[in-house]
Design a protein around this ligand. Structure first.
Ligand SMILES: *Cc1c(COP(=O)(O)O)cnc(C)c1O
Length: 374
């Protein structure tokens, strides 16, 4: 059997170990320390737009604190893109609130602005104005920020921007991760850069950044004795992992280039296969192409292709199963147009890692060409 080709695997630069060694040498083996501050600075300098960053233990933790800071409580409703990974929606439930799912549009595969407005109007008519909107840049493709944020502003609802998959992407030259009232990043093992596990909350609001750090460190009031006036969490990033993050930030732009090159190789090689189509970048968008995705004509073809590739030890994955189809969220109100259901049936994510070797990429391409007899 040939060696396994993964969908998206960690890709170290080699510089991470010197940062980690420094954490050991100085005995900063704690959920605070100079690398945490340095990593936050690195991200702030990268994102610009006056972004303030709180480094956290995961993207999920960042979403949870984001909802708390936006005031989401028991019984509230929060609008969330249906086509996403479950971590976008779970923190709504941590707060005892109800997710309201909104379907996608074909241009970006992200939240449909039209359906978003329809959902907001309908929820208000039914008696509850949504407390927040969670919009996601899926697979690195920016959502239509102008449209989504204009609607959100018109109804005075804050946006929690889930940029877990889109660090390095831009919309109209502005970096993803800087559009939300609060934005989040993820540094999980499969993301474009990784700290093995980690995340960040991004905001321009100094008070909110401080609140995120406060809540993430057990909500300890400034007193020598441990004094608590609110419920806290243990969500801060460790100084050791932040060291990995500092090494990764140095190569982020290279990782984006490499992922885009993988996507381009698929696009070039499959251009004459009628049964494969791609999601083009709208003119306003620059995608980090975190995962390279293709659409096939049907679920039958998609599944047969997936199994064929698996036989050759090549890992692929269907596009995210929409949240409105998940048993756990079945009873949540949803505003649907069929787009995310169709994408789920037809779509497949191909191996996309920035460290794919030429030989591995050739294996994937020739296996797919063989399948379609191209
Ligand atoms: C990975 C991911 C998250 C969660 O990030 P973690 O760091 O794994 O907790 C949230 N939303 C989306 C869209 C993701 O892909």
């Amino acid at each position: 059997m040939e060696s396994k080709i993964w969908l998206s695997s960690p890709h170290m630069s080699g510089k991470e170990q010197s940062y980690v060694q420094n954490a050991f040498d100085t005995n900063w083996i704690a959920p605070l320390g100079p690398h945490v501050d340095g990593f936050e600075d690195d991200i702030q300098n990268y994102l610009k737009e006056d972004s303030l960053v709180a480094a956290l233990s995961s993207g999920t933790a960042a979403l949870h604190l984001g909802l708390i800071i936006l005031g989401v409580k028991q019984g509230d409703e929060v609008i969330c893109q249906s086509k996403t990974f479950s971590a976008s929606a779970n923190p709504i439930v941590y707060q005892g609130a109800t997710p309201i799912f909104v379907d996608s549009e074909n241009d970006t595969w992200n939240m449909s602005p039209e359906l978003l407005e329809e959902a907001i109007k309908d929820r208000i008519k039914k008696g509850k104005k949504p407390k927040a909107i969670i919009a996601v840049h899926l697979y690195g493709m920016p959502y239509k920020a102008d449209e989504i944020h204009t609607i959100a502003k018109a109804y005075n609802i804050p946006v929690l921007e889930d940029s877990a998959e889109s660090l390095g992407s831009t919309y109209k030259e502005q970096k993803c991760g800087t559009f939300g009232d609060i934005s989040i990043l993820s540094f999980n093992g499969n993301k474009i850069i990784t700290t093995s596990g980690g995340g960040a909350l991004v905001t321009k609001n100094q008070e909110w950044k401080e609140k995120a750090v406060f809540l993430a460190t057990q909500a300890r009031e400034k007193a020598v004795e441990y004094h608590h006036k609110s419920i806290g969490y243990n969500y801060r990033l460790s100084n050791v992992l932040a060291g990995i993050g500092r090494g990764q930030m140095e190569v982020l732009d290279d990782r984006v280039k490499a992922r885009r090159a993988v996507y381009k190789a698929y696009e070039d090689n499959f251009s004459n296969i009628e049964d494969i189509s791609f999601l083009d970048e709208p003119t306003s968008a620059f995608s980090n192409r975190w995962l390279s995705c293709i659409l096939t004509p049907s679920e039958t073809v998609r599944e047969a292709l997936r199994l064929k590739l698996l036989e050759q030890n090549i890992e692929t994955r269907p596009l995210w199963k929409p949240m409105h189809q998940q048993p756990i969220f079945e009873s949540c109100p949803s505003y649907l147009n069929g787009v995310s259901d169709a994408l789920f049936k037809k779509g497949l994510c191909l191996p996309s890692g920035s460290n794919l070797t030429e030989n591995e990429l050739d294996r994937v391409i020739s296996a797919i060409k063989t399948y379609f007899r191209a």
